[in-house]
Design a protein around this ligand. Structure first.
Ligand code: 5AD
Ligand code: SF4
Length: 473
């Protein structure tokens, strides 16, 4: 145990030393060019990736690169996702376009990282067909970006550093926060569930929990720095802490987070229904800070398909869990993920999914057409339905979830509720955008100075997935 801490501290110090050396090199280079060196950070995929990108950006800022939104930058980093096939296709498309920037600026460095890079076939393809890429690394060694950049500057070839897995969690490196007032906090990495359609356990490795004291220390620092809302991140937060030397439950961790003074809102994602405990429901029900929102991926409503997916709950288990949650926390907002067209899904199975959707009445649902991921158990299963049947089901489900969500999301019309103001509305600059505890957006007239504050807003008009409102003093 002790030696692990020391290894991590030594590693963090090593990276900080490299950052110092790079800072000098980058300052010299920008003096020579008479302009700052810029970086552009592109991120695909989930909140875990967004968090990793903040860490990468923290390192790039520390070594002296200046942020730019244009891909025509001196350093371009693309953090990739591979959960569905079209995520991969988008990356290849973008890579093709980057070639022209590199021609114009041969010193440009292009780096790729994230889940897609953990697949050996992808790395082979990039080595062969996208030779303008300079650095490739994966999900386990984000903390090493500075070292990889230094290696690149000292050599000519492509730098490739993919780790199969890791037990290391390197703490205390810089991170560039996207918002001043809210922040994601990793509580665990990886996943042990091996749902048969999912590539995540292969590319993010086995489950590893951070120690509660490290998490709490990070949150206290964030709060001291102005953060009022944290989002605790993990692929399956409900199994947090099981493998720690001193095991604790996710509910116990939440109680510790709740006790952090100055912190006002706590969110978390994602929850696996099979591990959601009564203890967690009780902690949520009595909490003053945990938001009234639960993202609870159901994936399918058919017990047969759920078994084929290795989800380890039945349709009835899921419905009973939802009942229990709604009874304990009546104003909870429930959202979900649903996959349509899993290989063994028939029309009858799909109707079970529709049945659950109609009974639960989700506030919103992310719907996906099943995408075959090479190497997962589902990739070798025979399809019970045609592509057309699956597309029809998808359209039918989308309409159903949208119709229900419109009604569910309107239920607070006329009420005055607390909103955390997140920014200026992208469509109309006279409006601000904020979020209710249940995660629904509210737009209302107001001044930029309110960003990051809590405001009481009267929800005048439900617009389907958001409200239009006005501030009440
Ligand atoms: N095909 C379609 N959707 C998938 N998801 C994960 N793997 C696949 C796949 N192979 C969806 C699940 C998960 C969400 C993040 O992505 O619904 O909850
Ligand atoms: Fe994938 Fe299942 Fe793990 Fe979620 S719980 S990341 S769907 S394997």
């Amino acid at each position: 145990m002790r030696s692990e801490i020391n290894i991590n501290e030594i590693e963090a110090n090593k990276q900080k030393e490299i950052m110092e050396r790079l800072r000098i090199r980058i300052t010299d280079k920008s003096k020579e060019l008479g302009r700052p060196l810029t970086y552009c950070s592109v991120c695909f995929g989930c909140q875990m990736n967004a968090k990793d990108s903040e860490k990468l950006e923290g390192i790039l800022e520390t070594i002296g690169y200046v942020r730019s939104e244009s891909e025509d930058a001196d350093f371009l980093i693309m953090n990739t996702c591979t959960v569905r096939e079209n995520a991969n296709l988008r990356v290849y498309g973008r890579l093709g376009q980057l070639k022209k920037y590199k021609k114009k600026n041969p010193d440009m460095i292009i780096a790729l990282c994230g889940c897609m890079m953990q697949e050996s076939l992808v790395v082979e393809k990039i080595k062969q067909s996208y030779r303008h890429v300079d650095i490739i690394f994966g999900t386990h060694n984000v903390f090493k970006l500075a070292e990889l950049i230094e290696n690149k500057l000292n050599s000519k070839g492509m730098i490739i550093d993919i780790w199969e897995g890791t037990t290391e969690i390197v703490e205390d490196l810089p991170s560039e926060r996207k918002y001043d007032f809210k922040c994601g906090v990793n509580i665990m990495f990886g996943c042990n569930n091996f749902c048969t359609y999912c590539i995540v356990p292969y590319v993010r490795g086995r489950e590893r929990s951070r120690k509660p004291e490290d998490i709490i220390a990070e949150i206290k620092n964030l709060v001291a720095d102005g953060v009022v809302e944290v989002m605790l991140l993990g692929q399956n937060v409900n199994s947090y802490g099981k493998n720690l030397d001193n095991p604790i439950s996710f509910a116990q961790l939440l109680e510790q987070v709740e006790a952090v003074e100055g912190l006002q809102r706590i969110r978390f994602m994602t929850s696996h229904p099979k591990d959601l405990s009564d203890e967690l429901i009780a902690v949520m029900a009595k909490s003053k800070k945990i938001c009234k929102h639960l993202h609870l991926p159901m994936q399918s409503g058919s017990t047969k398909v759920l078994a084929d997916m290795n989800r380890r709950y039945t349709k009835e288990d899921y419905l009973a869990l939802v009942d229990k949650i709604k009874t304990a926390i009546p104003d909870i907002s429930l959202t979900t993920d649903i996959i349509v067209g899993f290989p063994t899904e028939t029309e009858e199975d799909f109707n079970e999914t529709l049945d659950v959707v109609r009974r639960v009445r989700f506030d919103s649902a992310f719907t996906f057409i099943y995408s075959k991921r090479t190497g997962t158990p589902a990739a070798t299963m025979e399809f019970a339905s045609t592509e057309e049947q699956i597309k029809e089901r998808f359209d039918c489900l989308l309409k159903e979830v949208q119709d229900i969500a419109k009604e569910t999301c309107s239920k607070d019309q006329g009420q005055v509720l607390e909103v955390l103001v997140e920014g200026v509305d992208e469509q109309d600059a006279s409006l601000l955008t904020g979020r209710l505890s249940n995660n629904i957006l509210v737009h209302f007239p107001g001044d930029e100075s309110l960003i990051g504050t809590f405001q009481n807003v009267k929800l005048n008009e439900a617009k389907g997935f958001y409200y239009l409102g006005e501030r009440v003093e």
